[in-house]
Design a protein around this ligand. Structure first.
Ligand SMILES: Nc1ncnc2c1ncn2[C@@H]1O[C@H](COP(=O)(O)OP(=O)(O)OP(=O)(O)O)[C@@H](O)[C@H]1O
Ligand SMILES: [Mg+2]
Length: 387
């Protein structure tokens, strides 16, 4: 979607020019296509009829134009155009990056900006890579914090897919999925949702539409998905009943990946068997085996192997207790990483760090709103025994 020109904040440079003057000028001339939801931190800028790709990783910027490569005086106008658009709130910084754009100083061009990957560990990576290579759609199932989202990002990057992301929820709106008519000034314009965007991108290249928490999405949207995930003649077809438009995308260019948590603790709907069938590959996620989970903690946080192994032991004992019905939620890998980080960077003891990261997240509440005492005591005892 092209970004509309809005006035950036006013601010005066040393040479007397205001930010508005410089910024407005750029925004008037440049058309910015926000691809940050497709490939985090990526923006296409069309300026003077030429198209360039600007990347922002939360601290440094890069552009593929000559200006930036030669570090020409005044820097790169494509980067500045994106910067202005962010500063003015016209486009959002990429989702996983700091929301706040530093207004002082502006962007420093750097040729080294790279999107970081997090290094998924586990057999599911090979399974997903195989599914994608065979043009199969995949449904990732498993408890929270087992790396489903991280894996999809990583694999998309490795195989060169653009990535569209739908955050599934009960309140998913038309504009978040198919698209919707939106009032802009005096007119009403159609704005593509993620599904439509994915189809358009898939006409030109390979795209994964990642639908996270797919079993929380209202059936109205899932029915559209059931309709489009039914290819014929080598193509997927999206018929937009609101605009009358039909968009086709070659099967090999468009992959659908869904992710879901199952089990009584999650507030979710069972998935329609017709939709289930359309994901030809179902990939199950479990908590990592102890040695791999401890290794991940050591690698990510720098914690000693000995402490990491103890943390993993606590987690596995607690997960067993969940199965016996003593707790509602398991201690997941993501929480273990937070726990370890709090010990390494925060200098807290494992007991203190547990109390301010995961412990109170896993216990229920008494009638008066205080945490369930028995469960709190049980978890504290568990930590004490292991450490
Ligand atoms: N197998 C794994 N390999 C690498 N990192 C992992 C693994 N499991 C969990 N993590 C780490 O735990 C954190 C949470 O992972 P992620 O968000 O991908 O989980 P998820 O399965 O998508 O959870 P949810 O179901 O809540 O969305 C990330 O920091 C991720 O790097
Ligand atoms: Mg996830």
């Amino acid at each position: 979607m092209a970004v509309k020109v809005v006035e950036p904040n006013d601010y005066r440079y040393k040479n007397g020019k205001t930010r508005s003057q410089a910024g407005k000028e750029l925004l008037r001339k440049a058309e910015i296509l926000d691809e940050s939801l497709v490939a985090p931190g990526t923006y296409r800028v069309v300026y003077d009829g030429k198209e360039h790709t600007v990347r922002y990783d939360g601290s440094s910027w890069s552009c593929d134009c000559e200006d930036q490569r030669s570090r020409a005086k005044g820097g790169c106008k494509h980067i500045w155009a994106v910067y202005w658009a962010m500063a003015a709130g016209v486009i959002e910084p990429p989702e996983e990056l700091p929301k706040k754009v530093k207004l002082s100083g502006g962007p420093k061009a750097s040729a080294k900006a790279e999107v970081k990957t997090e290094g998924f560990v586990g057999p599911q990576k090979g399974q997903l890579l195989t599914a994608l290579k065979l043009n199969k759609n995949a449904l990732l199932k498993g408890p929270t914090g087992t790396g489903k989202t991280v894996l999809v990002r990583e694999v998309a990057k490795e195989l060169g897919y653009k990535l569209g992301y739908v955050a599934g929820s009960e309140s998913l709106q038309d504009i978040d999925f198919l698209g919707a008519f939106v009032k802009k000034g005096d007119s009403i314009e159609w704005v593509d949702g993620k599904l439509t965007k994915a189809f358009r991108l898939a006409q030109k290249g390979r795209v994964i539409l990642f639908i996270d928490e797919i079993n929380r999405i209202p059936s109205k949207h899932l029915n559209i998905l059931i309709g489009v995930m039914n290819p014929s003649g080598g193509k997927y077809t999206l018929y937009n009943h609101l605009t009358g438009e039909t968009i086709e995308a070659p099967i090999e260019n468009l992959r659908f990946i869904g992710a879901m948590n199952e089990g009584g603790a999650y507030q979710v709907h069972p998935l329609d068997p017709a939709l289930m069938r359309r994901f030809e590959s179902k990939i199950q996620f479990y908590y990592l085996p102890p040695e791999l989970e401890a290794g991940l903690i050591v690698k990510r946080t720098g914690l000693s192997k000995e402490v990491a192994e103890k943390m993993v032991k606590v987690a596995n004992l607690q997960r067993e207790a969940v199965k016996r019905g003593e707790y509602d939620f398991p201690l997941d890998t993501a929480s273990l990483l937070n726990w370890a980080e709090m010990v390494v960077k925060g200098g807290l003891s494992p007991e203190e760090a547990a109390a301010c990261t995961w412990l109170y997240g896993l216990v229920g509440a008494e009638m008066d709103g205080t945490p369930n005492e028995e469960q709190v005591a049980g978890l504290k005892k568990l930590i004490e025994t292991v450490f």
